[in-house]
Design a protein around this ligand. Structure first.
Ligand SMILES: [Zn+2]
Length: 218
């Protein structure tokens, strides 16, 4: 058992490089003393980047909920080595912007369509895809209205706050304007960083509807 990896991205959302020590290696999986790499969770894709000159192709949570960096190859990396970690900031920043955009989209989706049951979501550097339970096809005109309300809200340049639950520090919240929801992901500090969004309906199969949220400038 190794110590729980310190999650540097919680306080340092905009940090992209750090120095640390290798705690454990198993195959191409590497555990660190602390990390800025966000592990795939809460629908948000895991970070990519590098440790020294070695490529990190994914970041996952292991069975102990500890952060595991998946490398292309560990070459001669050893436990105890000091490493320089660098996350692919260009990709992660897009993910942060899309993540906050998806929360705002959902707020206005429920405002326009009523509360829909969220069945799952996944977001990466291209888009968020959220799946909802719905007996009928999401009406296109109403979805345009959701997009319009979301973009008007984003254009207000509102601050975005995140914080940890007082009792359960791993449980985090996200707030923007009057919208509050539980979320442990990484987010920008202001809606001005998101820019305008566009929405697209996709079919999710039987009784399921998907909403794809992407950024106009990507
Ligand atoms: Zn979230």
């Amino acid at each position: 058992m190794i110590n729980v990896t310190k999650r540097l991205y919680v306080e340092d959302t905009y940090g992209n490089s750090f120095s640390t020590r290798v705690e454990k290696i198993d195959g191409n999986n590497v555990w660190l003393k602390e990390t800025l790499f966000y592990p795939e969770s809460g629908g948000q894709a895991g970070d990519t980047g590098s440790l020294n000159n070695l490529k990190v192709i994914d970041t996952q949570l292991d069975s102990d909920k500890n952060i595991c960096h998946v490398l292309e190859s560990v070459q001669n990396l050893k436990v105890g080595d000091e490493v320089e970690g660098q996350i692919d900031w260009n990709r992660r920043y897009k993910i942060m912007r899309i993540h906050s955009a998806s929360h705002i989209m959902e707020h206005f989706l429920f405002e326009v369509f009523g509360n829909l049951k969220l069945l799952g979501s996944h977001l990466n550097e291209k888009h968020d895809k959220s799946t909802y339970e719905s007996d009928s096809k999401l009406d296109q005109d109403k979805l345009v209205e959701v997009e319009k309300r979301a973009n008007q809200f984003i254009a207000k340049n509102l601050p975005i706050e995140t914080w940890s639950d007082e009792k359960k520090s791993h449980f985090r919240y996200w707030k923007c304007g009057e919208i509050v929801m539980p979320c442990g992901g990484t987010h920008p500090k202001n809606t001005s960083e998101i820019g305008q969004i566009k929405l697209k309906r996709e079919t999710g199969g039987n009784g399921r509807e998907k909403v794809k949220t992407s950024l106009v400038d990507l």
